[in-house]
Design a protein around this ligand. Structure first.
Ligand SMILES: *Cc1c(COP(=O)(O)O)cnc(C)c1O
Length: 390
């Protein structure tokens, strides 16, 4: 019996090496990676510049403490704020922790304004993590079941529905923030309308609520902009980042702007490992590579090609409900549960994922090229058709 605790339904494959958009298993078989470790390995596997940056930083200094200044952390905060227009960054170690920081920040913001039961508006089908507070903010009963009592202080509304937010505010005078994924990832690649995002941000401004975005999956180039909010031309007050930020070295970041930027004071929040020299070097190298290799425009370009390829390959196929997403964050919704497609694709040498039961999710590395996107389409389309019996 394995001594690894039984928390994952794992596929029967183990990879031993990677290069670019490709992974090799123990037997030397090669797979095209259209998942990138769930939107983590944006610059692909074993990028030489990333590998060098990590090795050099490891040789110089891995960890000191947030008791001291951390130069690489200051550099990374500068870079992220320059890219996003935000003012301040707090570093932690995962997406859940980035959202925990956002939730704590919003609560403290509320208390500082005399609101004793600060409440955050969250969305149906949202995914914010598996710590107790972020699980409570998450909109998946399946993930929450058995872990009650959940944390209070959240009200849930349907996604993409501004009136529902207004209505929730009528019954609740304690709202301090709204937490939104610009595109829901685990929830099935659901895209928030631009008009909705703008109106929601305006509503937050008007009411003095914090407009908080969970860009853990959408951030760092995934949608073809550095951050998904940039498509809508608006800026959040708080933003959580994680997955693609340091190419697989564990990191989370909570960025804040405006009134949210000076809520935390020394002693309010912290973490031992957060923003250490090693992970910050990995993140800085990731951002360098993205700029040097123009990965935002590549994500946009390859994402459009991939989407068009899937659309034309699956056109008129009964059982295909919708193909949606932005940049290299795409989903194919089918009319039935389709977890089996993951295994069929794996057998065909392609790594994809199914989320929300019925949505085949594609999150290829941002370095993916035309030949590789064509291959994703040419392998996946026949698998989906065969699965649907079309
Ligand atoms: C993955 C994800 C999280 C949780 O991140 P972890 O690093 O797994 O804790 C939170 N929010 C979104 C949108 C995510 O996709």
């Amino acid at each position: 019996m394995s001594h690894v605790m039984n928390t994952y339904a794992r596929l029967p494959v183990a990879f031993t090496r990677g290069e670019g958009a490709w992974l090799w298993d123990e037997s030397g078989r090669r797979y095209l990676d259209a998942l990138a470790g769930i939107a983590v390995n944006g610059v692909g596997h074993a990028h030489p510049k990333l590998v060098r940056a990590i090795a050099e930083q490891a040789a110089a200094l891995i960890h000191t403490s947030n008791i001291y200044r951390v130069l690489r952390q200051e550099q990374l905060a500068d870079r992220l704020c320059a890219l996003s227009g935000m003012a301040q960054a707090f570093f932690c170690n995962s997406g859940a922790e980035a959202n925990e920081a956002a939730i704590k920040l919003a609560r403290l913001y509320g208390h500082q304004r005399g609101i004793e039961i600060p409440t955050i508006v969250v969305m149906e089908k949202a995914w914010h993590g598996r710590t107790i507070a972020t699980l409570s903010a998450t909109g998946s009963r399946k993930a929450q079941a058995g872990f009650e009592p959940l944390v209070a202080g959240f009200v849930r509304v349907p996604y993409n529905d501004l009136e529902a937010v207004r209505a929730a505010a009528e019954h609740n005078r304690n709202i301090v923030a709204v937490l939104l994924e610009p595109i829901q990832g685990e929830g099935g690649i659901n895209v928030a309308d631009m008009a909705y995002q703008k109106a929601l941000q305006a509503l937050c401004r008007e009411r003095g609520w914090l407009y908080m975005l969970d860009e853990v999956q959408t951030g760092i180039g995934r949608t073809g902009e550095w951050f998904a909010f940039q498509h809508a031309g608006i800026k959040p007050d708080v933003m959580a980042l994680a997955k693609g930020l340091a190419s697989g070295v564990p990191i989370g970041a909570c960025l804040a702007d405006g009134p949210a930027a000076d809520v935390f004071k020394p002693g309010n929040h912290g973490t031992t490992f957060g923003g250490g020299p090693l992970v910050c070097a990995a993140a800085l190298a990731t951002l360098d590579i993205m700029e040097e290799e123009r990965l935002l425009s590549n994500a946009q370009h390859q994402g459009e090609r991939l989407k068009r390829g899937l659309e034309s390959g699956l056109e008129g196929v009964p059982g295909v409900v919708e193909i949606r997403g932005q940049g290299l964050m795409l989903g194919v919704e089918l009319d039935r549960p389709c977890a089996e497609i993951v295994k069929l694709a794996l057998d065909a040498g392609l790594l994809v994922n199914v989320t929300s039961d019925k949505v085949v999710r594609l999150l290829p590395p941002l370095i993916v090229n035309e030949e590789e996107t064509e291959q994703i389409v040419s392998v996946l389309v026949p698998i989906i058709k065969r699965f649907l019996g079309a």
